[in-house]
Write a protein of this length. Structure first.
Length: 367
């Protein structure tokens, strides 16, 4: 195992934006903690961490010394404590002013002392990027050809604004420090960013639709997924063909190489009655060359009750790109009854080189 590894595990339970983030340092997953004597790891939004590394990786790779003289510590946490002790006089108990009593000159002096400190932390301290995951307070800094990774968990968990019924949480590694080869650290962060990029790209392709104006928009509320009674059986059927998922909503990541799951998704498209859930399944099938799904999706379109479901079916049918159903697509496009739901189909009809398609667009321009 590498000395340092970020492992984002896609876990769209409750939201398509949810992940588990394992942070491995020297063979220990420092993200794990005990809550009510049960070992667990948090699930939640991860993009604040993505943005932190995307914004500040180059800063972390620079060897920067904090602009305070005669302060150092064995770890960056000790250094920070020493800086506060020596220079941040306004934090001490014997500081004789309230905030309201401070003069403009005093405020400017405090800002001039503290601003470089907080600017540096913003680019090196992961916790300051956002409160969305329960993870240790981790700071990264370069020392020579190494990256120091220091972590601590003595902060008040309410600082992260996570609401737990029981906040009696203890991480398996309460504090520590490790020194990682700088080049290996850089490559690991780049690998982490690419994995999130790859997953996000597939998600965006599934949930982006073109509205009548030609503007790219998100499908209505794609992020709130729903529990349903058939999910256990659905997961069992997928496991029989070697697709072992935590939740059905991981199907959002299926691509052309996953065609063998299509018959199972179609089976549950027939079996499930709730169109909120069926809407999600339709978006999962929005993959080029899933032609075997076309006939079923057309039937579902004509029988669908909600506009949200019809739009999802339109998106899937337009993405599949099946020349054998062009007549059916044109009928949907031409029918004024479907003018509020057929725009994904209309936006992609020009891919088909066909006289009837040309006539359709010519007629629309004249109208």
């Amino acid at each position: 195992m590498e000395k340092f590894e970020l492992r984002p595990i896609y876990y769209p339970k409750g939201s398509y934006l949810n992940y588990i983030l394992e942070i491995w340092v020297d063979g220990v997953n420092i993200s794990q903690f005990y809550e009510d004597n049960k070992l667990r790891i948090d699930v939640g939004y991860i993009f604040h961490i993505y943005n932190f590394f995307d914004d500040y990786l180059e800063d972390i790779m620079k060897e920067e010394v904090l602009p305070y003289e005669d302060v150092e510590g064995k770890t960056i946490f000790e250094t920070i404590d020493n800086i506060k002790e020596k220079y941040f006089y306004w934090l001490k108990d014997d500081y004789g002013h309230d905030e309201d009593d401070e003069s403009d000159e005093e405020i400017e002096k405090i800002i001039s002392i503290s601003e470089p400190f907080y600017d540096w932390q913003r680019a090196h301290r992961l916790l300051l990027s956002g409160p969305f995951l329960c993870i240790p307070d981790i700071i990264f800094r370069r020392i020579g050809d190494k990256i120091e990774i220091s972590w601590d968990t003595t902060w008040d968990i309410t600082y992260q604004q996570r609401k737990y019924e029981n906040e009696n949480i203890k991480f398996i590694s309460t504090k520590g420090v490790s020194y990682i080869d700088a080049n290996e650290f850089y490559l690991e962060i780049k690998k982490f960013l690419k994995k999130i990029d790859d997953i996000s790209k597939i998600q965006n392709e599934k949930f982006h639709i073109i509205e009548k104006t030609g503007k790219l928009i998100y499908a209505k509320d794609p992020y709130n997924n729903i529990e349903f009674k058939e999910e256990k059986e659905f997961l069992q059927d997928l496991e029989k063909i070697d697709y072992k998922f935590f939740t059905i909503y991981e199907l959002v990541l299926i691509t052309e190489k996953d065609k063998k799951v299509v018959p199972i998704v179609l089976k549950y498209l027939s079996k499930i009655e709730d169109e909120n859930i069926k809407t999600h399944l339709a978006y999962f099938l929005a993959v080029k060359n899933y032609k075997e799904a076309s006939e079923k999706l057309i039937k579902e379109f004509y029988n669908a009750k909600t506009n949200e479901y019809k739009i999802a079916l339109s998106k899937a049918l337009s993405t599949i790109y099946n020349k054998d159903i062009l007549n059916e697509l044109l009928e949907m496009a031409e029918n004024k009854e479907y003018k509020d739901v057929n725009f994904p189909i209309i936006s992609t009809l020009n891919k088909y080189k066909n006289k009837r398609v040309k006539m359709f667009f010519k007629k629309n321009r004249m109208e």
